[in-house]
Design a protein around this ligand. Structure first.
Ligand SMILES: Cc1cc2nc3c(=O)[nH]c(=O)nc-3n(C[C@H](O)[C@H](O)[C@H](O)COP(=O)(O)OP(=O)(O)OC[C@H]3O[C@@H](n4cnc5c(N)ncnc54)[C@H](O)[C@@H]3O)c2cc1C
Length: 438
């Protein structure tokens, strides 16, 4: 067993890890730093795995940073190796390869893991999840160039719709089976969800809502031959993708005493209940500026920003996380949608303003004069301004109707607001989320 002593150890090598590594190097150019990932690739954009599946090829185009990132930042990249156990008292991390790392400051940026339904047949060949580049590669390897195949996607959330678009681009027939009454139900309201549904149906996707898959059936060769739904219906298919959700990857903290809720609980410095151990990204329950509480907000920009804050604090620069919220910018099947914060009013203490016409839908939700949520579909050009107003906690009561107006823009705001907070380049008018779909 080799023991390596490090000032900084980051477990995970994605948005949160890269944000942290960059921040650490801004504050400390010398401290020893290692980044460990059980994936064998340099950091890549996870949202782009659907692009990879649609058009397989070299992964260079999906790399998040240039290949020399680690060398340039004096970071030892330990890729394709898994951290099996951490010991907060001894400050060690044991890796599957036998390497033992000791650290002064540790960041857990371990992300999420797909929830696999306990359905009969889930272990059959050609049943996949869709969370990593290797999933996209495995699905690609299952294609048959000589036959038009059919896939059943279990779950009509962001990942389910994302993989559906990629499969359709590869010429497959796709059936989405969604348990709730509409697709994308956690990130869109009924109306925006209906716009997406129409686009999917027009593209030829079959959508079954209000049902679930109770069994995955196989032929005599042990391959997927179809699924059985809860109402007894049989759907023939050669492939199944389970996309029912992702949960924080908590295995490393289980039994350590580090405080968890649904994810690892962190304070506004992204520090866990254990001194010098930080967490960020999809694994962390961090501050949400809309709800004012800690919760999971598993999106790329929040992971990166949380990682930056963790990195600065790890390197001795006290920095507070301003908070993130659930925010998504989608372009599935050609429909542009941005949603953030609440998408449906929880009760009538909230005010909802809507403007809909000709395939354009704008909705904002207000509480005590401040924005608590937004959906812009069809035309998302100015959604970034509204998102920033929400993030800044601006009182919008004096101009609330303008937020959903056709001609809304910076000029609609009181001068004091746009001068102090919103005079950003035009490119910043759309929220800085990774846009999914094409
Ligand atoms: C198909 C898909 C589409 C998405 N689309 C969007 C989008 O459009 N916009 C958006 O904002 N977000 C999107 N997301 C979510 C976004 O990708 C995540 O929020 C983001 O990747 C979280 O980053 P992270 O750093 O927390 O961790 P992750 O990206 O989950 O990475 C964690 C890494 O840590 C590694 N790891 C975990 N445990 C260990 C261990 N014990 N030892 C070694 N390594 C370990 C994992 O293998 C993984 O490589 C999408 C996600 C998916 C799957």
């Amino acid at each position: 067993m080799t023991v390596k002593k490090l000032e900084y150890l980051i477990i995970g090598n994605s948005a949160g890890a890269i944000g942290a590594a960059e921040a650490i190097r801004e504050a400390d150019t010398a401290g020893t730093l290692a980044i460990v990932s059980d994936e064998p690739y340099p950091a890549y954009s996870r949202p782009l795995i659907s692009d990879y599946l649609a058009h397989p090829g070299p992964i260079d185009r999906m790399l998040y940073r240039k290949p020399d990132f680690y060398e340039k930042n004096g970071a030892r990249a330990i890729l394709g190796d898994k951290a099996l156990k951490i010991n907060p008292d001894a400050r060690t991390a044991a890796l599957a390869s036998g390497l033992m790392l000791t650290w002064e400051h540790l960041l857990l940026a371990t992300g999420g893991t797909p929830i696999v339904p306990n359905t009969e047949g889930i272990d059959l060949k050609n049943v996949f999840t869709f969370n990593r580049l290797d999933d996209a590669k495995a699905i690609d390897a299952a294609f048959n160039p000589h036959r038009r195949l059919k896939a059943v996607v279990i779950g009509g959330g962001l990942i389910g719709v994302s993989v559906t678009e990629a499969l359709m681009k590869r010429g497959m027939d796709v059936v989405i089976v969604e348990m709730k009454d509409r697709i994308l139900n956690t990130i869109l309201d009924e109306e925006a969800s209906a716009m997406e549904t129409t686009a999917l149906l027009l593209a030829g996707v079959t959508i079954i809502t209000g049902h679930t898959v109770t069994r995955i059936n196989s032929n005599l060769r042990g391959e997927v031959s179809g699924v059985t739904l809860d109402d007894g219906r049989l759907i023939h298919c050669e492939m199944v993708i389970a996309a029912i959700g992702v949960r924080p990857r908590l295995d490393l903290v289980t039994g350590t005493g580090i405080k968890t809720g649904r994810g690892i609980t962190v304070d506004r410095h992204m520090e866990t209940s254990e001194k010098d151990i930080y967490a960020c990204g999809d694994v962390a329950e961090a501050f949400d500026f809309v709800t004012g509480n800690n919760r999971l907000t598993p999106i790329w920009p929040n992971a990166y920003e949380g990682g930056r804050v963790a990195g600065l604090n790890m390197a001795g620069q006290p920095t507070e996380y301003k908070g993130g919220t659930a925010m998504n910018a989608l372009k599935y099947f050609g429909v542009n949608v941005v949603s953030a914060g609440l998408v449906v009013s929880p009760d009538n203490s909230y005010e909802t303003l809507i403007n809909r016409r000709d395939g354009i839908y704008r909705k904002v939700i207000l509480k005590n004069g401040k924005l608590a949520g937004l959906i812009y579909a069809g035309d998302i050009e100015k959604s970034g301004i509204v998102y920033n107003l929400m993030k800044d906690g601006a009182d919008v009561s004096a101009f609330k109707q303008a937020l959903v107006a056709d001609d809304f823009g910076l000029a609609s705001l009181p001068e004091s607001l746009w001068r102090s907070k919103l005079a950003r380049p035009a490119a910043a008018e759309k929220p800085a989320a990774a846009v999914t779909g094409h």
